[in-house]
Design a protein around this ligand. Structure first.
Ligand SMILES: NC(=O)c1ccc[n+]([C@@H]2O[C@H](COP(=O)([O-])OP(=O)(O)OC[C@H]3O[C@@H](n4cnc5c(N)ncnc54)[C@H](OP(=O)(O)O)[C@@H]3O)[C@@H](O)[C@H]2O)c1
Length: 248
């Protein structure tokens, strides 16, 4: 039997108690990585994810952290140090989305979205940067709404554009320590945020793709699995679009 490509590696996937993050965790575990199932509110989902990994013969730990708080992200990495003593792959999947009219945006929502979508990946990557070595991986999740904003998506789109800038800057910095940094840009995907979208949104996104459907979290996880693998050693600073040719 072939040795799994991520054998011996440890992977942190933020927000892996549900949605796309959960599928990424399960997929990287199938490639042999030991998984840090991070969650914020979805404790039951995180426990289920970890149990599913263990049920398939893999190894997983769970840890709660609000990624918008630097102290909690530091505690997350301290727990990884204690449990596994290393980190090789970091997937910034956790993210939040709301929208609304420019004329009356809500400051609390603004802070929340900046906290989870902007400060969160920054705090996580900053801790990772101290630990990742040769062959390390950082994979950030952006959104097609970064390049194709819609009315009302301004704040979300801006945070997801920022994620792409993070990728390009971090790729240049962390490449010097042998680490690749890339973005995956999902289009509308379920399970995930699309499950809570307003009426008509799913149909809109289905029509935006020539395939006549939205993506699955498993399809996004496959792209992440490639970027996490040794085969992607020369891919860095790239933004990989996984939207079924939808520009929406
Ligand atoms: N699904 C889509 O259509 C789509 C399209 C384009 C891009 N994306 C991007 O893909 C990524 C994953 O999205 P998804 O669809 O899986 O979303 P989702 O199902 O809504 O899940 C959001 C995830 O973010 C985590 N999270 C929220 N607030 C947090 C906080 N303060 N601290 C830590 N974690 C927090 C949640 O953890 P808890 O539940 O544990 O709180 C959850 O795991 C996001 O970055 C999103 O922007 C998604």
């Amino acid at each position: 039997m072939n040795t799994p490509v991520l054998d011996g590696k440890v992977a942190l996937i933020t927000g892996s108690g549900r949605g796309i993050g959960r599928e990424i965790a399960l997929r990287l575990a199938r490639d042999g990585a030991r998984i840090v199932v991070h969650f914020s509110g979805s404790e039951a989902g995180a426990t289920e994810t970890a149990e599913a990994i263990r049920g398939n013969g893999g190894e997983a730990m769970t840890f709660r952290a609000d990624i918008s708080k630097r102290s909690e992200v530091r505690a997350l990495f301290a727990a990884i140090d204690a449990q596994f003593g290393r980190i090789d792959i970091v997937v910034n999947s956790a993210g939040v989305s709301t929208g609304g009219p420019l004329a009356d945006f809500d400051e609390e929502h603004l802070e929340w979205m900046l906290g989870v979508n902007l400060r969160g990946p920054l705090y996580v990557a900053s801790e990772a940067a101290k630990r990742l070595g040769e062959g390390g991986r950082v994979i950030n999740l952006s959104s097609t709404l970064a390049d194709f904003p819609m009315a009302g998506s301004g704040i979300y789109s801006a945070t997801k554009s920022a994620v792409k800038s993070f990728t390009e800057s971090w790729a240049k910095e962390l490449g010097k320590q042998g680490v690749t940094v890339n973005t995956v840009i999902p289009g509308a995907t379920a399970p995930g945020m699309m499950d809570n979208s307003p009426p008509g949104a799913r149909e809109f996104f289905e029509k935006a793709s020539p395939f006549g459907r939205i993506g699955t979290a498993g399809e996004i996880a496959e792209v992440v699995a490639f970027l996490a693998s040794p085969q992607a050693s020369w891919v860095s600073g790239a933004h990989i679009l996984a939207s079924g040719a939808a520009n929406a």
